[in-house]
Design a binder for this molecule. Structure first.
Ligand SMILES: C[S@@+](CC[C@H](N)C(=O)[O-])C[C@H]1O[C@@H](n2cnc3c(N)ncnc32)[C@H](O)[C@@H]1O
Length: 227
């Protein structure tokens, strides 16, 4: 898989790349690249934004700047690029990222993520240069970098080789394996701590009963019942 993140702050991703599952995914063939809008702006002095038509606070990321960065990276008309790869604008009002969307994106051979800043993108970026608008939740962050990392983190966990074989993304909260329900509770040693005990079934060694108990806990959590 290939992921390109367009951002004004590529160094923000240094910590992210050091995370074990990200490093594993890269070692297993993921190509994670960054494009700084400022490196390709056709405007003088590295300008990438401008004041909003109609007035109002803040600055808006310009459509010509985003287009120039896409053109420089892919060497073709960004409008046509949309037939070849998902170009995802990260924006608070977009489709909210959930496990189904993560699965969908993990199945793509290539993704382009557009991180915004300031007041966000000129609307023509969303209309003409992006294929998707994705939000990581109904709140507003200062920039798209954390949103890009959240999306990449969730997608990369689904890629073969990203997680060690002792971990698995197959049976996790919201996965198909659990019918979209939250995951069941986990416990480890000590079996009793301050009088807080572990459910006896987990100590029974009876795999079928443990499985039934876990699925029941998961169903109860989905129904909003206490676990
Ligand atoms: C300060 S926000 C712009 C908010 C915009 N004026 C609005 O009210 O929707 C700047 C950038 O951060 C990113 N961003 C902020 N919150 C986000 C969220 N919940 N999901 C995805 N991206 C987000 C987007 O890339 C956005 O262009």
């Amino acid at each position: 898989m290939e992921i390109d993140v367009f951002t004004l702050f590529p160094p923000a991703f240094a910590w992210f790349e050091g995370q074990r599952h990200v490093a594993n995914a890269i070692a297993s063939g993921l190509r994670l690249g960054y494009v700084n809008y400022r490196d390709h702006t056709p405007l003088s002095s590295g300008q990438v934004d401008d004041t909003p038509f109609g007035g109002g606070a803040g600055m808006v990321l310009r459509v010509d700047v985003v287009e120039a960065a896409l053109q420089a990276r892919y060497g073709r008309d960004p409008v046509k690029l949309r037939t070849e790869r998902r170009v995802i604008a990260l924006t608070p009002g977009g489709r909210v990222l959930d496990d189904a969307l993560v699965d969908e994106l993990a199945g793509e051979p290539a993704l382009t993520l557009l991180s915004g800043r300031y007041e966000g993108f000129d609307e023509r970026v969303l209309e003409h240069l992006a294929t998707d608008r994705v939000s990581i939740g109904r709140y507003v962050l200062a920039g798209g970098e954390l949103a890009a990392m959240v999306l990449c983190d969730a997608v990369l966990r689904k890629l073969p080789g990203a997680l060690g074989h002792e971990e698995s993304a197959v049976e996790e909260s919201f996965s198909r394996a659990l019918d979209g329900a939250p995951e069941y509770p986990h416990y480890t040693r000590p079996a009793e701590y301050r009088g807080w005990t572990v459910p006896g079934v987990l100590l029974s060694g009876h795999h079928a009963r443990i499985r039934d108990w876990r699925l029941e806990q998961s169903r109860r959590r989905a129904a909003g019942e206490p676990g």
